[in-house]
Design a protein around this ligand. Sequence first.
Ligand code: TXE
Length: 495
Amino acid sequence: MAEFVRYKMFIGGKWTDAADGEVFESFNPFTGKPWALIPRGKAEDANRAAEAAHTAFTTGDWPKLKAFQRGALLRKLADLIARDAERIAHIEVRDNGKLIAEMAGQLRYIPQWYHYFGGLADKIEGAVIPTDKAEMFNFTRHEPLGACLGITAWNSPLLLLAYKLGPALAAGNTFICKPSEFTSASTLEFAKLVEEAGFPPGVFNVATGFGNEIGDALVVHPRIAKVAFTGSERTGTKVYERAASQLKRVTLELGGKSPNIVFDDADLDNAVKGAISGIFAATGQTCVAGSRLLLHEKIHNQFVDRLLALASTAKMGDPSHMDTQVGPVTTPPQYEKVLNYIEIAKGEGATCVLGGGRAKRPECGDGWFVEPTIFTGVDNKMRIAQEEVFGPVLSVIPFRDDDEALHIANDVMYGLAAGVWTQNIRRALAMSERLQAGTVWVNTYRAISYMTPFGGYKRSGLGRENGQEAIMSYLQTKAVWISTATDVPNPFVMR
Ligand code: TXE
């Protein structure tokens, strides 16, 4: 039997097994074989993690640190991530099936989150209120919330963690990450760097296991002050309900069914590349996937021809090869789900013009590969146009004019992102104003930065991650009133 890497959880600064010793296997999506064992934490482990994070928040060195010292620790962590970027990128490729070409770039970029939020740590300023009351000094302080929980999805574990952990720690909170049970390894590797950076024990914890076991136990744990979640709309709704039962703060980054709209005045060469990167990059497993391609009727046919010409050359295979362009689907349930949606689309009468099933190419081995798939003749009412597939499956929908494009684009329950391809600045501005989405890209797609707010309209989520705004969702405001009067006025009336 092959050697397994056996991981431990990171709780209260210690590496530990689950209380009952149970483990589960983590699989390599390219080989379809297990390679690592991960502790299967449950309620008792959730309790240990929540208590450790709470203790670190209330006692010990962390609450004593000055804001600039928290910032310095975050910057040190950033440098360690940069140092180990390549090693961790390879672990993610093995555990997740993501392309090394994408992961190497992502791991080199992630340190910026910790530099940026490290820099913000000592810029959290309250205000002095020019109060209307005589002999009174009134000011506000922004204080951390306590132990925060980050629940991450499998598609980009360390990037999604950076969105949450950077602002949480900069604001002075402590943190528990519950990574997806499909891809826990990179977060556990990351925890080694947090330890090396010298954060006090319990400031950052990783609690591994299944969502309905340790995940739910953490969400409802009384020590947890806030839940920041990335994942499906369905689970996000459940987490929101469970957290609401204890009035916890919640931010949610959920799915999307993002429109990528190409007008007849667009630079078509660039738009074709934008359409491809919108749906086939990361094997379509991104929340911002441009899974609905809206094409103006005048350019529809020639655009589809160009799209097919480029998409059919996509190189599939081993994600650890730098020149691979489409890797495997990350999990077996996701693999089945994507294949099922392809059948649904066929059943709904959409025309499959590329792919349309499992990839049986020799270079795909035993991996969970789906052929890059394109459907034309899609009506926006079809399930393939309304539901998140989260795979390399594109729905092409024609439109006649700007109003119709806008109507189709907004006619879904989601509102995470949208792309617009046009050379007309008036049209670009009008569309970016009227599209119901948290991000609008014009003549580009999938641009994301630590300094730009990110989040969803409608059922794509609640709150924003990244940018200066993000830090406020990890803070609460306290108003302080100090009387400078020498005696207390009439105690029976409000001051
Ligand atoms: O996600 P879940 P899954 C979509 C995608 C995919 C579907 C299901 O369409 O097919 O979601 O994927 C934790 N209490 N996206 O099952 O269930 C879970 O352990 C607390 C889109 O992986 O949303 C994991 O850590 N936590 C998405 C995290 O929630 C719970 C990215 C996400 O799991 C829990 C991923 C519970 N009761 C999937 N149940 C995007 N839009 O980026 C689960 N979890």
